[in-house]
Design a protein around this ligand. Structure first.
Ligand code: HEM
Length: 205
C-alpha cells in the first residue's frame, strides 16, 4: 500500500486508513464505556443510595466502596492501559509517565474504598465478619495482582533505567508479561465488580 495511505496506528507501526478509523472508533467506544460506568455508578449512589458519608453514617460510607473501586480499577486502570495505544506516536517517556501517574492515582482510591468497606463491617453493632464472600476473596486476589504489577512494573521500567544498556533485554522480555498480567488484573477487576454489584443487589432485596 502507498505510503500516503498509511497512518500511525495504536500498535506503534503504520496501518491503513480504514484500519486506523476502525481503531480510533473502538478507542472512542471504549472511552464511552469507561466514562459511562463511572457516571452510572455515581448516579446509582446519588439517586438510589443517598450519597456519601464518612463514619457518622456507615451505610452511606459503604457507598464510597463501589464508586472508588470503579474509579481506581476500571476508569483509571482502563485509561492507563489505553495510554500506549492512544499516544504511541508521541514521546514514549511522556506516555510512560502518564501510565504510571494514572496507576498511582488509583492507589488512594483503592485504599479509601477498602477503609470504607472495613468500617462498614467493623463499626456495626454487632460487627459483622470480614472476608467471608467470594467477592471479597476475588477482590483480595485482584488487589494482590495490582500491587505486584505496580511494584514489578515500577522496578523494571523505571528503576532499571539507571542501567539502561545492561537491562534492555530484560526489560523487553518483561514487557509482554507486564501487559498480559495487566489485562488479567483488569478482567479480574471486572469480575470482582460484577460479583460486588450482584451481592449488593441481593442484600438490598
Ligand atoms: C475491583 C473492585 C473491587 C474490589 C477489589 C473489592 C474488594 C472487596 C473486599 C476485599 C471486600 C471485603 C471487605 C470486608 O470483608 O470487610 C469487599 C466487600 C464488599 N464489596 Fe467490594 N470490591 C470491589 C468492587 C465492588 C463493587 C463495584 C461493589 C458494588 C456494590 C462491591 C460491593 C461489596 C459489598 C456489598 C461488600 C460487603 C460484603 C462482602 O464482604 O462481600 N464491591 N469488596
Amino acid at each position: 500500500m502507498g505510503r500516503n495511505h498509511q497512518v500511525y496506528g495504536g500498535g506503534g507501526g503504520t496501518m491503513s486508513r480504514g484500519w486506523s478509523c476502525l481503531f480510533y472508533l473502538l478507542v472512542f467506544l471504549t472511552e464511552i464505556l469507561l466514562f459511562g460506568v463511572l457516571i452510572l455508578s455515581l448516579v446509582w449512589v446519588y439517586l438510589f443510595k443517598d450519597g456519601f458519608a464518612w463514619r457518622d453514617d456507615i451505610q452511606r460510607q459503604f457507598n464510597l466502596h463501589p464508586v472508588l473501586m470503579i474509579t481506581g480499577f476500571i476508569f483509571l486502570m482502563g485509561n492507563a492501559m489505553l495510554v500506549y495505544r492512544l499516544f504511541r506516536c508521541c514521546n514514549k517517556l511522556a506516555s510512560k509517565l502518564l501510565h504510571t501517574f494514572l496507576y498511582l492515582l488509583a492507589v488512594p482510591c483503592i485504599v479509601v474504598a477498602m477503609i470504607a468497606v472495613f468500617d462498614n463491617h467493623n463499626l456495626r453493632e454487632p460487627p459483622i465478619p470480614n472476608l467471608y464472600s467470594l467477592h471479597s476473596w476475588l477482590g483480595l486476589i485482584t488487589m494482590g495482582l495490582f500491587g505486584l504489577q505496580f511494584v514489578v512494573g515500577f522496578f523494571s521500567f523505571w528503576i532499571l533505567l539507571c542501567c539502561e544498556q545492561g537491562t534492555s533485554s530484560f526489560r523487553s522480555n518483561m514487557l509482554p508479561i507486564h501487559s498480559t498480567f495487566g489485562i488479567i488484573t483488569f478482567m479480574l477487576a471486572i469480575a470482582t465488580s460484577l460479583t460486588g454489584y450482584t451481592e449488593k443487589a441481593f442484600f438490598d432485596l
